[in-house]
Design a protein around this ligand. Sequence first.
Ligand code: UD1
Length: 419
Amino acid sequence: MRKIIINGGKLLKGEVAVSGAKNSVVALIPAIILADDVVTLDGVPAISDVDSLIDIIELMGGSVKRDGETLEIDPRGVKDMPMPFGKINSLRASYYFYGSLLGRYGRAIVGLPGGCDLGPRPIDLHLKAFEAMGASISYETDAMRLATDGQPLHGAHIYMDTVSVGATINTMIAAAKAKGRTIIENAAREPEIIDVATLLNNMGAHIRGAGTDIITIDGVEKLHGTRHQVIPDRIEAGTYIAMAAAIGQGIRVTNVLYEHLESFIAKLEEMGVRMTVEEDAIFVEKQDNLKAVTVRTSPYPGLATDLQQPITPLLLKAEGRGSIIDTIYEKRVNHVPELARMGADISVLGGQIVYQGPNKLVGAPVKATDLRAGAALVIAGLMAQGQTEITSIEYILRGYSNIIEKLTALGADIQLLEA
Ligand code: UD1
């Protein structure tokens, strides 16, 4: 069992570079199996979700070369084989193989997706879209079988009942090689959707409107190789910005696209956080006199649910009473009891998180129950007096590239221990 040990209270300073976006790359890699040639990705983060996806591609018969942040995927050897168990169950984004296998072979047997426990996370919208494109769905033990009747998928007019990142991307992937036109209405607008559409278009797909709520895909017969730079991870950027505001003595977060973080930055400004937006970086000053605010998450361009947990330790430093309302995942509150264990005045009341500050945190043994809760605990550990021991850190390593090295370079006393 691995754990992270933090001796808190150190003042952090310097520069930290954001890696490529996890939520893009976990869709880009499965999408690549639609290509008839090698696709190269640059800016690939060093996270365990990427390791798992590489293993899956290799298991399917594809070949992958990894050199630092560059990934060269040759999908030509990928075979039409069932993928019910193993790595596929370890990450939620394995659902993108439904779309890409259906698009390539017209059938897929893939295990049910795993991932962080944020309460119920249905995939009905993905399945409804595949059915509208001509696939039928049946269930096997721990796996789902999707198949057309021997014909390729066909275009369809799809209205998403709920705005869903995963369902929008999966439909785009499946529709890229479908026969005819697919229109997605009420599509999600996250930057990662534009990134996946850009890759597919550079592979020869015809996708228009990604980044708006209506996306049109005209299916093509073949997709070819290309080279693609993954966009910066806006959630990792937000995490480091929140950390810098909570404990920094002047920290520059680089490789940041400000436009992807506007609602988050606006919320920090409302708290009184002082920072400067530079060309591709954000400089966060040392802070004092922060005020408590209400945080409400919503689909992009609203404040990301994935930043709700990482911003919580910073809120605890602010003066006054505030709340967090997560309209996407109401049950995304696993960090709350752990922060309370560290001395925070925070609780869950009537579907909201309520907090009263300012708080002085003290080190404690805590558990990272999901990826972003883990990030919150790392920040809290850096702020706290004394030692914090974080267990279940596999979640953190799924999504934060070189986090120990990045924080150590800023002056943190943080270690990963193989217990
Ligand atoms: C993606 C992100 C995740 C982020 C989430 C919301 C990836 C790999 N993960 O997850 O980090 O927290 O977006 O921004 O990109 N829903 C349904 N039926 C469905 C699909 C979703 O009801 O078929 C609901 C969900 O329960 C949730 C809402 O729609 O309440 C949004 O979920 P969705 O955008 O699909 O999340 P993911 O794509 O799984």
